[in-house]
Design a protein around this ligand. Sequence first.
Ligand code: CTP
Length: 421
Amino acid sequence: MWRFRYVWDNIEAMIRNKTVLLGVTGSIAAYKAVDLASKLVQAGANVDVVMTRCATEFVTPLSFTSITHRPTVTDMFEVPDDFEIEHIALAQRANVVVIAPATANIIARLAAGIADDMLTCAVLATRAPVILAPAMNVNMWENRITQENLTRLRARGFKMVEPVTGPLACGSQGKGRLADVEDILTVISQALRAKTDLAGKRVVVSAGGTQEPIDPVRYVGNRSSGKMGFALAEAARDRAAEVTLITAPTALDDPIGVTVVRVDTTLQMRDAIARAAARADVLIMAAAPADFRPAAVSGSKIKKESTARMDLHLVPNPDIISEVRGNLIKVGFAAESEDLVRNATAKLKKKSLDLIVANNITEAQSGFGTDTNKVTLIDSRGKIEALPLLPKSEVAHKVLDKVVALLSAGPTNQGRNGRRK
Ligand code: CTP
């Protein structure tokens, strides 16, 4: 539930006052499109619904009209009198077109460029991004014809919200269920985000607190929730970056549209980051890698009767971000409880960073586990910018605004960072 609330901030900001053309086609999942329309309206969108004839067999147009307060269009030749609209106008005023659920039939018709009803005409006539959220029987989904059609549409720039695996209406199990409404909303807000200022850039983000095993059951860990790193990965993705998220264990689901690498320990994170950073333009270390790990890990569970007291001998872990060298922008975080700017500036220099995001973990609503953060951005030229308390999603965009500026200004830590430029 929290995940949806978390995504909701982004969604509302992107969708408000936008016009969404929602195409509904003939699948049992059509009833879920009513929920999608409702959430879009709640987020402040103007929603035009176009239903195929088959879709009206599953849900009534009135269900959508009641929610959108706009006429629901069902056929090219039966447009309501009081609603002067035709497919070109619908197509032109849409900021985004989303077809949910999208059947194998509509996918095939779109792939062939057929325009024989209101929805297919509108899709052909629009210049807005088009998103398809397919839903169908697993065999229809896996059929090579469907997959070839999807490949063709992807190559033409159509965006997909892949169906998920689970029990299907036909009684079988497999991939074919309509994606969660919140995932569809995420992709819609992504498509609407005007900024594509990280297009062509590879961004690596780390998140979460690493876990250093003591035995197969116990570990040394910390209180990092991973929320800031996940927010950064999603924000970079929304700005068109190619994102790799390297995360220690968290309770968070994989963000869609991001390559996720899950690790447990600081040593594993170091290896994953070294691999990903070798071809990255930006590294953002929002993770809290454990600074120390147990010197020896017991292969079996340590029984409490076996020892009167337990001493942990810890050895230092490598400092991951300091080890990364190359032609990339390095952004670190500094979690401090005192002397915020002085301590963070010292870390920025010591670790050869281009930017450090400093937060005072003792402040209310700021730090571990919260959905908000109050940070100060300090760059390697000594520029300091204190931000107010903001949702982590907004903090993420502020950090990325700085990253974009740093990318266009060129490397600032050339010598220390060993850059080749
Ligand atoms: N970091 C890292 N490797 C580590 C520890 C930290 O790359 N082994 C990164 C963090 O991801 C963060 C930055 O270094 O971007 C600063 O982390 P922080 O925990 O604030 O500082 P430390 O260097 O660990 O120093 P201290 O714990 O003494 O404050």
